[in-house]
Design a protein around this ligand. Sequence first.
Ligand code: ZN
Length: 213
Amino acid sequence: MKIILIGPPGVGKGTEAKRLATLFDIPHISTGDMFRAMFDEDTELAKIAKAHINRGELVPDDLTNAMVIERLQEPDAKKGFLFDGYPRNIVQAKALDDFLSNQGETMDAVLYIDADIELITERIAGRRVCKSCGAVYHVNYKKPKVDGVCDQCQGVLYQRKDDMEATVRRRLHIYHDVTAPIIDYYKHQQGFHAIDGSGNIEETHQKVMDAIQ
Ligand SMILES: [Zn+2]
């Protein structure tokens, strides 16, 4: 099972990715995790990529592609894999397609989970986090017993900077601008499914499973 999962923050993509990887017993490949893991490695690729990250630059596509393709040749990826956060652009999508078609393979499913910007904004901007223990609440869906106070440790609840409405809106707009060409690229390919992520985690999971069947 070869799956690509695409979706903005706040649609439950991370949860769904973990679930599918467990269900199909395939590795969950996130380029973000790969870059983080690489900081402990001493390979040629790792050195070059680290130099870019340390300069505050994006890792160039050819490097990212080389890392991903190296990863796909590891034994655990033989029965399939799930991508999360890759491909990020057309150059990466084409490199992945080329690699797969050289092996006589194609992606089985490209799943694009999305929801209305207003809904996602409300979900993220309503989050409150405990300063002491990190427990997460929501002003509408998971209210603490006492306003602004953690149920578990009586710590103070606050809103993270990343969760503030203006930040969320900006991130979502950037996300959609960056992702639009990728969606156009995959839209007409076999296995592409747009999935409505406006329901809860369980409902979204059911829609994903229906699409995969
Ligand atoms: Zn707490």
